[in-house]
Design a protein around this ligand. Structure first.
Ligand SMILES: Cc1ncc(COP(=O)(O)O)c(C=O)c1O
Ligand SMILES: [Zn+2]
Length: 420
């Protein structure tokens, strides 16, 4: 049973019935946001049922989702039917170094395709199955495509992918190996988005592109549910959900941060958490479109060619920028910029101090924490979650830049010399 009542346009505010729309607002092209009947949910749902469910996949939140997989879910391929409930653990070494009370790591590098994007692809796949579309296409900087290819594997669905030139080899490999059809688009991610939109219109494919498809945000919000449910396991509450003070999130298109915001908004509207955490978005300094809009106070975005090495957040113009700006503004958060050098350094620090190997875009979270604490946006007695989004194995070249060089040796004497 779904409590979805419609989709609200982020620009004009009009609410459309779920059957009336496919992607964006028919009037003005604004991104849509799913609307639920919270009053009825509150009457009919008990959060303890969700917490007691022995199935920990994202599908255990089905009553809070706009769509779900066809039954029996267990008959579907395992990555699709079981994804979710990634580890949430303390990073004590980072806490000690920064003098922080609690820094949690939400490790979505452990999802089936090793990035956060599995959450969005799973929901889009569920919706494609529901409406009977068999080919799903996506424009991606690599991870969304990899998630789609991985989760379509073993189902009757076909994945078609549009990635920009310069997509890291490991991301390409992780898409191609699952049998997806891959097109490398001349130009940047922006051109890939345009190509995917045109191809879907021409060939009747279902478009998964981030933000444009409203189900992506609904999949991503499951990370907020998990954070709140997992935090309550460490300090129990009557509702079995508990919010942190701050969540730090890497931002490209802005759909992950708007998804986390949505998840916390849902829980707050239902009265299952007491407050919505402050969301801190970290953008790449060399992909400045969203950050400039934030600074100017406007909700429109210039197209500025991105130069960053952090492929996951390398966007010329954010596809879910309006909702990302609101996620930060409405929660009392802030946007912080990370330089490429700082992200590479943070990649190394996360690997050495927390034992987690992430790609540069994801390492931006640690830059956000350190800068946020330094600039006074985060207090030392607060509970902070770093939302990790992508594995370091996706961008080995950046890892080799961030790490020490290996030492070639032929004899033990040479080892001894190297040690002095
Ligand atoms: C590793 C990683 N982190 C963060 C992001 C940013 O997500 P969004 O584009 O929704 O802001 C992406 C998007 O591709 C990503 O791949
Ligand atoms: Zn509209």
């Amino acid at each position: 049973m779904s409590y979805l009542v419609g989709f609200r346009c982020s620009l004009c505010g009009e609410v459309f019935s779920p059957e009336a729309i496919m992607y964006t607002c028919p009037r003005d092209g604004g991104n849509l946001d799913a609307v639920y009947d919270y009053a009825r949910m509150q009457r009919e749902l008990d959060p303890r049922w969700i917490a007691h469910d022995t199935n920990r996949a994202i599908w255990h939140y089905a009553p809070l989702l706009p769509t779900t997989l066809p039954e029996p879910i267990a008959a579907l391929p395992t990555p699709l039917s079981t994804l979710g409930w990634t580890p949430l653990y303390r990073a004590q070494r980072i806490e000690q170094r920064l003098g922080m009370r609690a820094v949690w790591i939400k490790d979505d590098t452990r999802l089936p395709s090793n990035s956060f994007k599995d959450r969005a692809s799973a929901l889009v796949i569920a919706q494609a199955m529901k409406i009977g579309l068999h080919t799903i296409a996506v424009a991606s900087t690599g991870n969304a495509a990899s998630a789609l290819a991985t989760l379509c594997a073993g189902t009757p669905l076909r994945a078609v992918v549009f990635v920009p030139q310069g997509t890291p080899e490991a991301k390409l490999a992780g898409i191609l190996i699952h049998g997806a059809r891959v097109f490398i688009v001349e130009g940047s991610y922006t051109e890939a988005v345009e190509m995917a939109t045109a191809a879907c219109a021409r060939f009747g494919w279902y478009n998964r592109s981030t933000g444009f498809n409203p189900y992506t945000r609904e999949g991503k919000k499951t990370a907020a549910y998990e954070i709140a449910e997992q935090l309550a396991l460490h300090a129990p509450t009557s509702t079995r959900f508990r919010a942190p003070d701050v969540v730090v999130v890497p931002v490209g298109d802005g759909n992950i941060i708007s998804g986390l915001h949505k998840g916390f908004r849902d829980l707050h509207a239902l009265g299952w958490i007491e407050r919505i955490p402050r969301l801190i978005g970290v953008t790449a300094a060399l992909a400045p479109s969203l950050y400039r809009a934030w600074r100017s106070g406007r909700e429109d975005f210039d197209t500025i060619p991105s130069q960053t090495i952090a492929s996951g957040i390398s966007v010329d113009r954010p596809c879910d920028g309006v909702m990302a700006l609101r996620a930060v503004r409405e929660t009392g958060g802030v946007f912080i910029e990370a330089s490429d050098e700082a992200m590479l350094q943070a990649m190394r620090t996360l690997a050495v101090e927390a034992g987690v190997f992430v790609e540069p875009a994801c390492a931006a979270t640690l830059v956000g924490l350190e800068e946020g604490a330094r600039q006074g946006w985060i207090q030392r007695d607060e509970e902070v979650v770093l939302q990790l989004t992508g594995s370091g194995f996706k961008d080995v070249r950046s890892a080799l830049r961030a790490a020490d060089q290996p030492i070639p040796v032929r004899t033990v004497d040479e080892v001894a010399r190297a040690l002095t």
